[in-house]
Design a binder for this molecule. Structure first.
Ligand SMILES: Nc1ncnc2c1ncn2[C@@H]1O[C@H](COP(=O)(O)OP(=O)(O)O)[C@@H](O)[C@H]1O
Ligand SMILES: [Mg+2]
Length: 384
């Protein structure tokens, strides 16, 4: 029986969302198959790692018992012995487990952005989803937009600034923005998600404040032109070399709600949807768009997936100017919340089939990588 380690929680602002993704969309369906030994690995908000069966129970978190539970538990020890081994202590009788595949379920910083993937690469263990570079690029709005431009993928015009450069010379920055970009503008921290620190500004008076707000969250800030007559769409995709897109999806939240974490995540809740994901009841799947426009967005999404070297699973967000019928790349989520399983389900892939496919892609990628020759003998050391 393959042992799967599901890693969730974490130090990002999306800690709580990650718990739901892990328990509802990964651990439950994997256990339903009775084909895997599933181990929950919870990363607390302070960054400590814990491994215990009670951590796979949603009630542990909803009841608040989590705090007393982790006080009792010993943080996990990791060792790299022919892959990844976890143990719940240092003594000889500690519980130990050799992991076959890691299933990352972390959203945001310290996990979805490539940090965890680096650790797993060093450990030499198979894992689900995008690799180090693809994850890091996906979570960096500046590099992602630059890579899009380098590959002739349309994205809204933008400028970006480091905190120090702005603080040393705010007037120059504001002048540059006014010279090169068309209003209204969006100001965003480069590495965050969930609309945190983002502002839409339509006048110079608001611009300085918006930039300062974004610098509150990040050292690097993007200022970009608004895509007008906006239709937002997102495309969840799975696969390695041959991307398999699900349905193009159109969120039906009001525009104002997109700046509001609660609107995005709380309204769905338990009652709003079967698996606690807000998006299913607040979106249109498949997006009702003219055929040509649907096709164009789907193609752009798949093109981004291939160009950015995404693997396993990712969601590509796009902005459509519905008057110009033009699709722009906006951003990538390498680990979509709840795996966007509501969309795949509509597409004909059950949650169980989805997670099993993702394990297959993880093994496929791992085996392919292991086939590559990574060492060769030299006489270099003989001279010393
Ligand atoms: N250039 C833009 N034109 C129009 N709307 C935008 C633009 N950039 C962002 N938005 C709006 O702001 C929301 C959040 O921006 P986004 O870049 O997706 O950040 P996050 O990583 O926080 O999700 C988008 O979902 C969209 O509604
Ligand atoms: Mg977004």
């Amino acid at each position: 029986m393959k042992r799967i380690l599901v890693v969730f929680g974490g130090r990002s602002v999306e800690h709580d969302v990650s718990i739901i993704t892990a328990i509802n969309s990964i651990i439950k369906p994997l256990r339903l198959t009775k084909k895997y030994q599933v181990e929950p690995l919870y990363i607390a908000k302070d960054g400590r790692w814990y491994w215990d069966e009670a951590l796979s129970n949603i009630e542990t978190y909803s009841s608040g018992k989590i705090d007393s539970l982790i006080k009792k538990l010993k943080p996990v020890n990791l060792s790299f012995e022919n892959g990844l081994v976890i143990s719940n202590g240092k003594s000889f009788n500690s519980k130990k487990a050799q992991i076959d595949i890691v299933f990352p379920a972390l959203h945001g910083t310290y996990g979805e952005d490539g940090d965890l993937m680096g650790l797993l690469e060093m450990a030499g263990v198979a894992y689900v989803g995008c690799g180090v570079a693809a994850s890091a690029i996906a979570m960096d709005k500046v590099i992602a937009k630059q890579l899009a431009i380098a590959n002739k993928i349309p994205t809204s015009n933008f400028l970006f600034y480091r905190s120090k450069d702005y603080k040393d010379n705010p007037v120059t920055v504001l002048n540059e923005i006014n010279t090169h970009l068309n209003w209204p503008l969006f100001v965003k921290p480069t590495h965050l998600g969930s609309s945190i620190g983002i502002s839409r500004v339509s006048s110079n008076d608001e611009l300085g404040n918006a930039i300062e707000l974004a610098f509150h969250y990040d050292d690097l800030v993007v200022v970009e032109e608004e895509v007008s007559n906006l239709i937002e769409v997102t495309l969840p995709i799975i696969g390695n070399e041959t991307p398999e897109p699900a349905y193009l999806e159109k969120p039906t939240l009001q525009k104002a709600d997109f700046f509001d974490f609660d609107a995005k995540y709380l309204r769905g809740g338990k009652k709003g949807s079967k698996n606690g994901q807000a998006s299913s009841s607040y979106s249109e799947v498949p997006a009702q768009l003219p055929k040509k426009l649907y096709k164009a967005a789907e193609e752009l999404g798949v093109n981004v997936y291939k160009t950015f070297g995404l693997s396993g699973i990712a969601r590509v967000d796009m902005l459509i100017d519905s008057k110009l019928n033009k699709v722009y790349f906006n951003e990538i989520n390498p680990l979509p919340g709840s795996l966007y399983s509501h969309n795949f389900q509509k597409f004909g892939l059950s949650n169980v089939e989805l997670v099993e496919k993702l394990l297959f892609f993880a093994m496929e990628k791992f085996e392919q990588k292991n086939k590559l020759n990574s060492s060769f003998s030299t006489n270099y050391l003989k001279q010393f």
